[in-house]
Design a protein around this ligand. Sequence first.
Ligand SMILES: [Zn+2]
Length: 129
Amino acid sequence: MANQQIEGNNNVQVGRLDGDLIVEPPTPFMREDDPNVVPCPFQCGQRTWWNAPGCWNCGRPVLAFFQQQARNAQKERLTKAAVISGLIGLVLAMGSQYLPSGISGVALVVGVLGILGFAALGSQADRLK
Ligand SMILES: [Zn+2]
């Protein structure tokens, strides 16, 4: 390849291949006990910072990847909570008529609230992309 462009600072020349200059980005200093250092999620084989916009080695969007993962986990929690709330609400609302009159009214109200909780939590989960 002719007319190479080398981007970034402090790149290290590691060799030549048919006249091409081969460069690598410098390996950044990472403390062994740095809790923000994780294996690159794009499997470039290097360790990188989870909160860096891009992996120092492969340049792929590390932070965006972990943010998406967090949104997916939150969406899953909300969906589970919605289903549990809805099921409990449905059972209480439908079963309230078989309960003694003293508590059937309370069971019906709690059941309806559970069904409303299903709708509220579900729409919250839907808003997470
Ligand atoms: Zn990487």
